[in-house]
Design a protein around this ligand. Sequence first.
Ligand SMILES: Nc1ncnc2c1ncn2[C@@H]1O[C@H](COP(=O)(O)OP(=O)(O)OP(=O)(O)O)[C@@H](O)[C@H]1O
Ligand SMILES: O=P(O)(O)OC[C@H]1O[C@H](OP(=O)(O)OP(=O)(O)O)[C@H](O)[C@@H]1O
Ligand SMILES: [Mg+2]
Length: 282
Amino acid sequence: MLRIAVPNKGSLSGPAAEMLHEAGYRQRKDSKELVLVDAGNQVEFFFLRPRDIAIYVGSGRLDVGVTGRDLLLDSGAEAEEVLALGFAGSTFRYAGPVGTAKDVQDLKGLRIATSYPGLVRRHLAEHGVEASAVTRLDGAVETAIQLGVADVIADVVETGTTLRNAGLEIFGEPILESDAVVIRPKGAGDDTRVEQFLRRLQGVLVARRYVIMDYDIRAERVSDAVALTPGLESPTVSPLHSEGWVAVRSMVLRKEAQRIMDDLWAIGGRAILVTNIHACRL
Ligand SMILES: Nc1ncnc2c1ncn2[C@@H]1O[C@H](COP(=O)(O)OP(=O)(O)OP(=O)(O)O)[C@@H](O)[C@H]1O
Ligand SMILES: O=P(O)(O)OC[C@H]1O[C@H](OP(=O)(O)OP(=O)(O)O)[C@H](O)[C@@H]1O
Ligand SMILES: [Mg+2]
């Protein structure tokens, strides 16, 4: 059985469960369940703290895991990213009271609080900067400055609201852009079970990003129309019963569907229909 680590709590857990469900896997009904066997799909899910997932997968005890790129890199575990999942996106940034620092070089001799000391130490080392301390806190790190435990913080920023509310400003380049990711032990060899798991998730990603667009167009405009809807490889063009018309079917990016419909209409496209992709393998 394929052994998969999934987040049991926090920002990653809800969207991860939703994605696995869309990929056809059973998911737990009770948030207190720690292990779930999906016998039909020959997988076993272990619900673990997101921060611990890279350690379990890195140890080789679990075959794959879902975690955040930032958590993976912070852990220093012997695990590697194999697929980005497009949710739980964030950036990891320095922040401090207005005017404290402009970039990473200004951190020399300052005290930094963070929940991700591995990321911060590595970033400082890469820039040859010696801070006076990097203190690991579990959360609410913004308050560490107010309470005098640190001069600046490095933290996850999603909307920026928490920092703004704490009266802190972001400075310097982003330390990292993070996303939910699938990880495997470093150097793990080919495994058809893992490949099948990844193909299922890739199918969900495509079904979320793309829609199917069908439309009719006069045959002499089909090249212009196909230029608007090139599809992933090549669109399907079929003759219509009415002389001089063809039907086109193509995948288009969901976020561009309305603009493409306008453009198709303008060149004579009619009966333009957009449908969701329920599932796919490309
Ligand atoms: N607003 C956010 N706050 C925290 N983490 C976020 C946010 N948006 C995305 N993430 C990502 O979620 C992962 C952190 O999840 P984790 O469960 O450890 O923290 P959390 O969601 O803040 O939960 P908690 O602090 O309650 O334990 C990281 O990969 C992080 O980049
Ligand atoms: O940019 P924003 O949209 O405001 O989100 C980022 C904030 O959310 C998280 O805090 P969380 O609520 O998880 O509390 P914690 O610090 O105790 O983990 C994170 O640690 C940031 O503080
Ligand atoms: Mg948090």
